[in-house]
Design a protein around this ligand. Sequence first.
Ligand SMILES: Cc1cc2nc3c(=O)[nH]c(=O)nc-3n(C[C@H](O)[C@H](O)[C@H](O)COP(=O)(O)OP(=O)(O)OC[C@H]3O[C@@H](n4cnc5c(N)ncnc54)[C@H](O)[C@@H]3O)c2cc1C
Length: 464
Amino acid sequence: MSDIVEAIENCIGTNAVLKGDAVRERVSVWGTNQPMEALAIVRPKNTDEVSSILRLCNEEGQPIVPQGGMTGLVKAGMPNSSEIAFSMERMNSIIDVDFETATMTVEAGVTLQEAQEAADAHDLMLPLDLGARGSATIGGNLSTNAGGNRVIRYGMTREMVLGVEAVLADGTILSSLNKVLKNNTGYDLKQLFIGGEGTLGVITKAVLRLRPKPKSENTAFVSINDFANVVKLLRRLEVSLSGTLSAFEVMWCSAYKVLTGDHSHNSRPFPIEASHFVLVEALGGDPANDKDRFENALGEALQTGLVTDALVAQSESERKSFWNIRDDIPAIRSEFRDGGVITFDVSVPISQMEEYLRLVENDLKQSWSNAYFYVFGHLGDSNLHLGVHVGPQTEHYRHDIEKIVFNRLDGRGGSISAEHGIGLIKRDFIGLSRTPEELALMRKLKVALDPKNILNPGKIFKLS
Ligand SMILES: Cc1cc2nc3c(=O)[nH]c(=O)nc-3n(C[C@H](O)[C@H](O)[C@H](O)COP(=O)(O)OP(=O)(O)OC[C@H]3O[C@@H](n4cnc5c(N)ncnc54)[C@H](O)[C@@H]3O)c2cc1C
């Protein structure tokens, strides 16, 4: 056994450290069977233990890879065989839910769903929501600055974080568990760790901003025949729903076919005739009037021909069935199991989306006439999820496919990563979305905070 693992065991106990088969039994990439390779998995129980382990690792120059629920989609939590996986799974307490300040303080290993349920039990809401809620952790959500389904109304994770406690590479505990909305005392250091993908510190606790629990939830599924009308509907609902619009999830017909196809468990609300399908949701505080306002807004959209059809959910199970369509990632994986699918999460200004998608599709079809290209996304956030399948050799052509999808973003003011982060998967392309000056400053920050490069080395960018 390596000296460093033994030293960590002496520090936090042997039960807190997994080795050998116990490491390989875990997977290193979500949705695959790829066994985890790591020197060991260490599982601290509290911030002091995190600090002690990091101090030891820093002294020895031992790299570590922070891990939450391992639902990340860019291999940012994947260790190699000489790195130590640093799992937050035992730091999973909800420390408090404070109704008066409308905040909750949690340890980093609490799952998003546990945090949502705790807020709900106090008549409050944690608005962050995404399909992996049952496994993804608050530490992972912060480190990836996760987006999800309600960004249009409540912003990304960053907007929900008031305070962070993090441990630096040398073991220093930086505790800023701030509960106030306004705090302009110098640099806002927590922002270093939000979206940092575990490269600048290990997040141990967070104070999250909660919102009033909505009293009404209105959901509809609509079909539309023209992208221009999708955009018009979005803009119209933003006004007519008086600021209660909380989700506007668009599925291009290419995605709708798969999400409601043979490999899904979803029935089709509408036949595959329209060009776009949209899941609309509004969260409000005035049940009777909210419902009327919602139905009137969609009724008017129908009358004026903006939408071709609309179904308003009449029960919780109907509401869920609409969301199941949007969230059915397993259906996509199984549809393209022979060869797989290369997925992307790009952002493109709405005004350029149609042209961008047309050019990408043309480029793909030129190289692979049988290419299947599907699109869905959080339109209000300018965030598109694309998937490309070009047959059984899809994985073999990954880099060529990535070049097409990313290069067509050049000069459009979008981004190669809207919400999933960079990790290892998009590292080679970061220069398309960040200037050399921005990258140079990121490297300076990394060197200043982690001079021995022990925190998730090689993720986001290489140091040299
Ligand atoms: C079905 C599905 C749906 C998804 N939907 C969305 C979506 O809508 N929007 C979205 O943004 N993402 C989505 N994701 C991606 C993923 O769920 C998010 O990125 C999530 O925030 C990752 O949390 P995690 O705990 O699983 O982190 P992990 O995957 O374990 O880690 C992700 C990154 O965070 C770092 N990290 C984890 N914990 C800590 C910590 N305590 N301190 C420092 N660094 C840490 C890791 O080193 C790694 O760099 C989805 C994933 C799946 C599988």
